[in-house]
Design a protein around this ligand. Structure first.
Ligand SMILES: [Zn+2]
Length: 353
């Protein structure tokens, strides 16, 4: 049976180049690459179409973040500040039309920038990540409800949640309780997933059940393959040697080396991490070229060994395998695959360290 392969796309959202805003507002860094090129504050809608062209070409699947109030600069419901709201709606429409069939959608913070004071609507003088680490379920739950409700009101069904940076990692039991409560409050959902942990040194690790109680299940899906596209943000290079070298770090042309190969050989499920800004490459879109080549290599060298899956499929398969079911073929994707929400009865699990 092929093992799941999946792509995490973080920091995506309409128009706003979230990483640029974060770089300026949280770190106080200039918006200039080391070779002197300006890092744009916005990303045109056509970039989403070019991303979809590639993922459709290779049948890729995974999870796709939508930062609901990106940079604190408007939001997905009323539109991005300074732009016609029709542009935000068009971005969301393209996302639904071209990605919904094979990708899970999720929130990723409210702003992915400074934390929001929900009582006043003002910003706290620290990032969401820093703020989260001192919270408990009484403050995390409304924070998660707010981000999910924005996306629900924009017509997006979020089957899970992505943690901006390592949101909540130091208070993870409280964070888990909040994730469960927020999904239930906003969507009435009792089976969901979240992404927080990046496990570069344990290639054998598979997703796990973080919470299971009274018919409610939360699966954690970790990233095992680092964002090798990231180097394109600050590099002016677009030559074949540069592109090949970065792609090789994930999978060589013959499929016999690279991090994906390492994960497969260790018995893990290759869940790859990338970011909207890593694919945009400060406007050069070098990252998209690498994604295209990687898709080709996976199809040509790993056919039969891996199968592209989205996060709902991986979560259901994890719940099935963890329940001790000897036959989990029913959780494989296919033309009749639907979100059944089936979650086998098992005893409560706690997240491993
Ligand atoms: Zn992020």
């Amino acid at each position: 049976m092929p093992v799941p392969i999946s792509l995490i796309v973080d920091d995506s959202c309409p128009l706003v180049h979230v990483y640029a805003w974060h770089r300026r507002d949280v770190h106080g860094q200039p918006l200039v690459t080391p070779d002197g090129r300006e890092i744009p504050l916005f990303i045109p809608n056509a970039f989403l179409d070019r991303f979809c062209d590639i993922t459709e070409r290779w049948g890729m699947a995974g999870k796709f973040s939508i930062v609901p109030a990106p940079g604190g600069c408007g939001d997905v419901v009323r539109g991005i500040d300074g732009f016609d709201p029709a542009l935000t709606r068009a971005w969301l429409e393209t996302m639904q039309r071209r990605l919904a069939a094979r990708w899970d959608f999720c929130s990723e913070g409210i702003t992915h920038n400074l934390a929001v004071n929900l009582e006043t609507g003002e910003f706290f003088p620290e990032s969401e990540n820093a703020w989260s680490q001192r919270q408990d379920r009484t403050t995390l739950t409304p924070y998660l409800i707010h981000q999910l409700a924005l996306l629900r009101d924009a017509g997006v069904d979020c089957t899970g949640v992505t943690s901006p940076w390592v949101f909540g990692i130091q208070v993870e039991p409280e964070y888990i309780a909040s994730l469960v409560a927020a999904q239930k409050a906003v969507y009435g959902r009792e089976f969901s997933w979240y992404f927080l942990h990046m496990l570069w040194n344990t290639p054998h690790r598979r997703p796990w059940i973080a919470y299971q109680e009274a018919g409610t299940t939360l699966v954690h899906i970790p990233a095992l393959v680092n964002d090798y596209w990231w180097d394109t943000i600050d590099s002016p290079r677009t030559d074949a040697e540069f592109l090949n070298a970065l792609t090789d770090r994930m999978l060589t042309r013959d499929g016999r080396a690279g991090k994906i190969r390492e994960v497969l050989d260790a018995g893990g499920w290759p869940v790859l991490l990338t970011h909207w800004q890593s694919l945009f490459s400060s406007g050069l879109e070098t990252g998209l070229v690498i994604l295209d080549e990687l898709g080709r290599r996976i199809r040509e060298t790993l056919a039969g060994e891996v199968e592209w899956m989205n996060f709902s499929e991986i979560a259901r398969r994890t719940a099935c395998v963890e329940s001790g079911n000897s036959d989990c073929r029913w959780v494989m994707p296919g033309p009749d695959s639907t979100d059944t929400g089936r979650s086998p009865e098992t005893t409560r699990r706690t997240a491993p360290v």
